[in-house]
Design a protein around this ligand. Structure first.
Ligand SMILES: [Zn+2]
Length: 169
């Protein structure tokens, strides 16, 4: 049986990676899942993308024979995005927006969120598709976590009402 673990290279000083990689090898950990909450590192400002840190992490852990499940970072849109496009926030049944500071705080139906997610995920996929350390992809993290699949924002309410109108007249 192969054993894997979540790992967040962005949470540690790079000097620590060596210790962690050696401990993983010793513990027979063969796979790490990375990048799932790293949108703010990939895109620290709108349209400004940075991949060097992930390039370095993949190359580093790959040298230890550790394979990677590469995650899309779509569960955590960055703070600048929430500030600039507050309409992407998910609303609860009372119309209160979920605030920044957790994950899955976005409306799944937000056109802005979808556009931004598609753009970044496409860049990640193209950049890393053939990287030898990657053996699998995770396209989302904990879909439905903490009642996050239902949104009551204006856009969702209007679309639902339009769907009802079309279906039932
Ligand atoms: Zn919504």
């Amino acid at each position: 049986m192969r054993i894997g673990a979540d790992y967040y290279p962005e949470h540690w000083e790079k000097e620590r990676w060596k210790t962690d990689a050696e401990m993983m090898v010793k513990a027979n950990i063969k796979v790490i899942r990375i990048g799932e909450f790293a949108w703010s590192l990939y895109e620290p400002e709108e349209g400004k993308y940075e991949f060097d840190w992930m390039d370095e992490a993949l190359d580093f852990f790959g040298k230890y024979g550790i394979k990677v499940v590469m995650c899309t970072p779509s569960a955590t849109p960055p703070k600048w995005m929430i500030d600039k496009y507050p309409d992407i926030l998910q609303n609860d049944i009372h119309g209160n927006p979920k605030l920044f500071g957790t994950r899955k705080h976005y409306c799944f139906n937000s056109e802005t969120y979808r556009e931004k997610t598609k753009k970044l995920n496409t860049l990640i996929a193209k950049r890393y598709a053939k990287h030898p350390a990657i053996e699998a992809w995770q396209v989302d993290n904990e879909l439905g976590w903490s009642n996050t699949t239902r949104c009551y924002c204006k856009s969702c309410k209007n679309r639902f009402r339009n769907w009802l109108k079309e279906k039932y007249g």
